[in-house]
Design a protein around this ligand. Structure first.
Ligand SMILES: NC(=O)c1ccc[n+]([C@@H]2O[C@H](COP(=O)([O-])OP(=O)(O)OC[C@H]3O[C@@H](n4cnc5c(N)ncnc54)[C@H](OP(=O)(O)O)[C@@H]3O)[C@@H](O)[C@H]2O)c1
Length: 302
C-alpha cells in the first residue's frame, strides 16, 4: 500500500510534435536517398541500353543521343525532389503551416472583437436616434424641408447660395411667410439681416450665441421643433448639416431642382424614393431673370 509508485515517463504535446516531425524528416530524407540511388542505376541502365544493347541507337535530337535527354529530364525531377526536402518542407512544413494558421486565427479574433464593439456602439446610436426621432414626430406632424438643390445635390459654397433665381425666392417667401423657419447657425449668418414676417429659429451648439431680438436660439433640432409646436407648418430651411438631421423627421420636402451641376462645398442628402413620394412637379424654363431651368418638386413621406 505504501510501496513506491512507479514513475511513468511523461511526454508533453510539444515533445510529441518534435518527435513526429523528426520522424517525418527522416522518412523524407530516406526517400530522397532511394531516389538518388535509383537515378544512378537508371542513368547507367539508359547509357548501356543505348550504347551496348543498341536500343534506339538511331534516335537523336539535335544530333544528341536520346538517353542524354532522358537523363537530364530525370535529373531535373531529382533536383526538384532535393529542393522540396531541404527547402520547401524544411521552411514550409506542417509546423510552419500551423504557425501561419494560428497567426491568422489570432488576427481574425481581434478583427471580430473590434467589429463586435463597433456594432454594439452603432446599435446604441441607432436606438438613441430612433427614440429621438420618435419624440420629435410625436411633437409635430407637418414639418417641411424647403431647399433648392442642383442636379448634383449642390446647395451652397463659401456659406452662400450658388445661384439667383427670382421666382424661386418668391416661392420661398410665399410658402414660409408667417411661419417658423428653422436653420443652422451658418445659414443664419449667411443672411444680411433676418427675413421679414417669419420667426427665425437658429440651431447652435454655442451656449452664449447672440442674435437680434426676436430670433430664437436653440441647441438642438428637437428643441427647434419644440419651440415651433404651435405653428401648423414649420419649415426647415437649411443648411447641409441641418437638412441631413431633419430628413428622418420631416413630413414633406419642397425641392427646387436646378437643372445644372455646380461646384459646391455643401450638398443636400439623397432623396430615397422608397421613403418619399413625388406629389407635384412644376417646370420653370430659363429666361432673363433665370440663368438656369428648374423644377418645383413636392415630396410627401409615404
Ligand atoms: N440651396 C439652399 O436651399 C440652401 C438653404 C440653406 C442654406 N444653404 C447653404 O448651405 C450652406 C450652410 O450649410 P452648412 O451645412 O455649412 O451649415 P448649417 O447647417 O447652416 O449650420 C451648421 C451649424 O448648425 C449648428 N448645428 C448643426 N447641428 C447641430 C446640432 N445637432 N445641435 C446643435 N447645433 C447644431 C452648428 O452651429 P455652431 O457651429 O454654432 O455650433 C453648425 O456649425 C451655405 O452655403 C448656405 O448658403 C443652401
Amino acid at each position: 500500500m505504501f510501496g513506491k509508485k512507479k514513475v511513468k515517463p511523461q511526454i508533453d504535446q510539444e515533445q510529441l510534435e518534435l518527435i513526429k516531425n523528426a520522424q517525418r524528416r527522416v522518412k523524407q530524407k530516406k526517400r530522397l536517398y532511394s531516389h538518388f540511388v535509383i537515378f544512378l542505376i537508371g542513368a547507367l541502365f539508359l547509357v548501356l541500353a543505348n550504347t551496348v544493347l543498341g536500343i534506339g541507337d538511331t534516335v537523336k535530337f539535335f544530333d544528341i543521343d536520346w538517353f542524354v535527354f532522358a537523363i537530364f529530364i530525370w535529373l531535373f525531377f531529382l533536383l526538384y525532389h532535393i529542393f522540396n526536402v531541404f527547402v520547401t518542407h524544411k521552411f514550409m512544413g506542417k509546423e510552419w503551416e500551423k504557425i501561419q494558421l494560428d497567426k491568422l486565427v489570432a488576427k481574425q479574433k481581434i478583427r471580430i472583437n473590434k467589429l463586435k464593439t463597433q456594432l454594439e456602439k452603432e446599435d446604441i446610436h441607432i436606438a438613441k436616434t430612433e427614440v429621438y426621432n420618435d419624440e420629435i414626430s410625436k411633437m409635430q406632424q407637418n414639418i417641411t424641408i424647403i431647399v433648392a438643390a442642383a442636379k448634383n445635390d449642390a446647395i451652397g459654397k463659401d456659406n452662400q447660395l450658388i445661384w439667383h433665381l427670382k421666382d424661386d425666392l418668391k416661392r420661398f417667401k410665399a410658402l414660409t411667410s408667417g411661419h417658423h423657419i428653422i436653420m443652422g447657425r451658418k445659414t443664419f449668418e449667411s443672411f444680411p439681416k433676418p427675413l421679414p414676417n417669419r420667426t427665425h429659429v437658429v440651431i447652435t451648439r454655442q451656449s452664449d450665441y447672440k442674435a437680434p431680438d426676436g430670433v430664437i436660439i436653440v441647441n438642438s433640432l428637437k428643441e427647434a421643433i419644440e419651440v415651433s409646436k404651435n405653428d401648423d407648418r414649420p419649415f426647415i430651411i437649411g443648411g447641409g448639416e441641418i437638412y441631413k438631421q431633419a430628413m428622418s423627421v420631416a413630413d414633406s420636402i419642397e425641392l427646387t431642382r436646378v437643372h445644372d451641376d455646380f461646384e459646391a462645398d455643401t450638398f443636400f442628402p439623397e432623396i430615397d424614393e422608397t421613403i418619399w413620394e413625388e406629389t407635384a412637379n412644376i417646370y420653370h424654363g430659363m429666361d432673363d431673370n433665370h440663368k438656369h431651368a428648374f423644377t418645383f418638386l413636392t415630396y410627401k413621406r409615404k
